[in-house]
Ligand binder design. Structure first.
Ligand code: PMP
Length: 428
């Protein structure tokens, strides 16, 4: 029975029952955590063999003959370009393979735009009121980069097909101080949705007023399906932008952080020839070259995209039961109460949960009092400010199954208590 149909007296009865459960849980002094979007140890173990592909006996020459032990190769070795291009579904000539973090590449490109400007345009630091579009719920570290560089962050609503493109088109075509947009097109962090083909077409065909407007297409979860039959290959944004006459409008990113080892993977950026020259133009001051031995290690281990896909199927086998356990408990505990909605993603690392308006931060606070940590409510919005205080990101990958189940039950209890209190207060 929906809480929304209960009398105040019944709401109070229900609340007092749940509060005694809460006291019992508090006494257990638990220490659980569903905040971290990290692979668990079993997932990390999947890649241990990669460390054996390169050793002191190996010949460490790339396909090009370059000795990977030495300096050089600013844009990565050719076989790594091929592998990362295949992951993103684009062409190797459009790719630069970087160091261990795609987030660093994003930061560096924005930093370059700030100080030097993009392809001869005015440096962004000279653009007063510079702005960036932030589809929300989205990834807090994206928002943080642009906030750090003094951009005004403009939230754009998300729907099940991606960002609301009516809003995006209207904004970018009317304001030349809007310099870019963050996107996670596949298994978005945190909603888990995949942008529709129409959304992607509309992105490629944007008519921004700013010549140096850029789409930051962070394809971090491009091969991270949790269902094998769910092979959602999205259109290649690089070719789509080319076809639409906007070749320089997009940078695409990916990495192997959640394929092999976060922090010890390889990253890549794909873009137009002009943008690649522009990127290499600043990269050459920042480094003499990336870690090519790690690039070689990755390519020799996976061999090709089929190798990556087979490896990701093993990740999926570990992750699927965890996502399903959370979904089942949320269904058992909350379905029909009319107080919550959540996503059931086919890939990625997160479940996005919406409470009734005004309940998210109190829910996270109550969870922490019961010994369960969640990402702070609001973190999925620019400036950490969810205007409706509704969204909570659940990260079910890192904890073990027993902890995930207990933490999700406590989370559901917390949602119920907080919502009941609000409903009772409202009725009073
Ligand atoms: N982009 C997204 C959307 C992510 O969720 C993450 C990791 N949480 C990253 C980038 C970080 O990638 P990297 O380790 O390559 O810096």
């Amino acid at each position: 029975m929906s809480y929304l149909d209960l009398s105040t007296e019944d709401l109070k009865k229900e609340l007092s029952k749940l509060k005694s459960e809460m006291e019992e849980i508090k006494a257990l002094e638990l220490n659980l955590d569903l905040s971290r979007g990290k692979p668990d140890k079993e997932q990390l173990n999947l890649s241990m063999e990669m460390l054996n592909t390169v050793n002191s006996k190996s010949i460490l020459d790339a396909e090009s003959g370059m000795d990977c032990r030495n300096y050089g190769g600013l844009d990565g070795i050719p076989e790594a370009k091929q592998l990362m291009a295949d992951m993103m579904g684009t062409r190797p000539e459009n790719v630069i393979v970087g160091g261990n973090s795609s987030l660093t590449l994003m930061y560096d490109i924005i930093s370059h735009a700030m100080t030097d400007g993009l392809l001869g345009e005015k440096p962004w630091c000279q653009v007063e009121d510079r702005k960036f579009l932030c589809p929300a719920p989205g990834y807090d570290r994206h928002f943080a980069i642009t906030e750090h560089f003094g951009m005004k962050l403009i939230p754009v609503p998300m729907n099940e097909n991606g960002p609301d493109m009516d809003v995006v088109e209207e904004l970018v075509s009317s304001d030349d101080t809007i310099k870019g947009i963050w996107c996670v097109p596949k298994y978005e962090n945190p909603m888990g949705i995949v942008f529709s083909d129409e959304t992607i077409q509309r992105f490629a065909n944007l008519k921004p007023l700013a010549k140096d407007f850029r789409i930051f297409w962070d394809n971090a979860y491009c091969v991270h399906s949790i269902y094998q039959n769910e092979e959602t290959d999205i259109p290649d944004i690089i070719s789509e932008c080319e076809k639409a006459g906007n070749p320089d409008m997009v940078y695409e990113f990916c990495s192997t952080s959640k394929i092999t080892f976060p922090g010890s993977g390889i990253s890549a950026v794909a873009s137009s020839p002009a943008n690649l020259i522009d990127i290499k133009g600043f990269l050459k001051y920042a480094t003499i070259g990336p870690d090519k031995i790690n690039q070689l290690r990755h390519v020799r281990y996976f061999k090709n995209i089929a190798g990556i896909k087979a490896h990701m199927a093993k990740h999926a086998d570990i992750l699927r039961p965890k996502f399903e356990a959370v979904d089942k408990i949320l269904n058992d505990e909350l379905n029909g109460l009319g107080i919550a909605e959540w996503t059931k993603p086919n890939g990625g690392y997160f479940i996005s949960f919406n409470t009734l308006k005004g309940c998210a931060s109190d829910t996270v606070t109550l969870c922490s009092k019961m010994g369960v940590a969640f990402t702070p409510a609001g973190a999925t919005y620019p400036y950490g400010n969810d205007p409706e205080d509704q969204n909570i990101r659940i990260a079910p990958t890192f904890a073990n199954m027993k902890d995930i189940k207990l933490a999700t039950k406590i989370f559901a209890l917390s949602v119920k208590i907080v919502t009941l209190e609000k409903l009772i207060n409202k009725a009073a």
